[in-house]
Design a protein around this ligand. Structure first.
Ligand SMILES: Nc1nc2c(c(=O)[nH]1)N[C@H]1C(S)=C(S)[C@@H](COP(=O)(O)O)O[C@H]1N2
Ligand SMILES: [Mo]
Length: 300
């Protein structure tokens, strides 16, 4: 597979030195210090100071439970997350329905402290726990003809009050180009601050693609399909002009209805100054090569 990204980034390049806890340290933290020891991993720069658990779990977008920021925390508790399985199908050698616990037993869980930039121009920093999507795709065996990866969220209207209204088409679907999916920054997240993923954040497992607008990071994933053609994605279907397939964070390409040049960091307080939005959300060194020669305004 020519698409497998050379795994030659060291973690100190991915997150600033000191911000990254490897799995052994994380596990030691849980066992030795108790969860209080994980409450705020030391970050090398104030820029990557994680938001609090409270902020991360009460200010959410998860439209399956309503469109207000507080709705997911209020209603997502109804979602049954056990048992949970992910169907991996399409252009793979080993298609099947994989139990979440079986997947977890095969994967190495790491902590990744990433910026999260919503297309609505607010942002957070989240200490995710998870594993590289590339490792899961390797388990399934990606075939040569595969060019894109399609993702689908659980659709269970009796547990998801938001899906009883036609805000967007359900189920929520997303997609990545295969090289984006195989990039080492792309993870399947299964926890935050060393705890299992809260329902409102996409339990038990969700995608996190830190250089793209938050809506690409699809929650509560039940299907991953390897496909030949660019798959439909929820917000692009809703308004292609406003939400492109790529949706890379880009301060120079405004949303038709607002500027993307700056962002409001959640938890900064009412008087906090807006911060400049960074190209590719600050991951330019790691991901710019994926888009070499592409017109980023056209392929927004
Ligand atoms: N299934 C699903 N996934 C989703 C969403 C959603 O409404 N449904 N919202 C997206 C948006 S717009 C953002 S900004 C992030 C928010 O993730 P968080 O609530 O964990 O911060 O989830 C994304 N994933
Ligand atoms: Mo978002």
């Amino acid at each position: 597979m020519a698409y497998r990204w050379k795994n030659d980034l060291t973690m100190s390049q991915v997150t600033p030195y000191g911000a990254y806890l490897n799995r052994r340290q994380l596990m030691a933290g849980i066992a030795g210090l108790g969860l209080a020891g994980l409450a705020r991993p030391a970050a090398a720069s104030a820029d990557l100071e994680p938001n609090t658990w409270e902020e991360i779990t009460t200010y959410n977008n998860f439209y399956e439970f309503g469109t207000n920021k507080g709705d997911p925390a209020r209603y997502a508790g109804q979602m049954t997350t056990e048992p949970w399985s992910i169907t991996i199908d399409g252009l793979v050698d080993r298609p099947g329905t994989y139990d979440f616990n079986d997947i977890m037993s095969e994967m190495t869980i790491e902590e990744r402290i990433y910026r999260l930039r919503c297309v609505e121009a607010w942002s957070m920093v989240v200490p995710w726990n998870g594993f590289e999507l590339a490792d899961l795709l390797e388990m399934a065996g990606v075939q040569e003809e595969a060019r894109y990866v399609a993702f689908e969220t659980l659709l269970r209207p009796e547990e998801m009050p938001g899906t009883r209204q036609n805000v967007i088409d359900w189920p929520y679907v997303e997609g990545l180009r295969l090289d984006e999916a195989l990039h080492p920054l792309t993870i399947m997240a299964t926890g935050i601050y060393g705890k299992p993923m809260p329902n409102q954040n996409g339990a038990p497992i969700r995608l996190v693609v830190p250089w793209k607008y938050g809506f690409k990071s699809i929650k509560s994933v039940v299907r991953i399909s390897l496909v030949r053609d660019e798959p439909p994605t929820s917000w692009n279907k809703y308004s292609a002009r406003e939400y492109g397939f790529y949706s890379n964070v880009n301060p120079n390409v405004d949303h038709p209805r607002w500027s993307q040049a700056t962002e409001r960091r959640i938890g900064g307080g009412l008087l906090a100054r807006r911060e400049p939005t960074l190209m590719f959300n600050g991951y330019e060194d790691e991901v710019a090569a994926l888009y070499e020669g592409m017109d980023l305004a056209k392929y927004h």
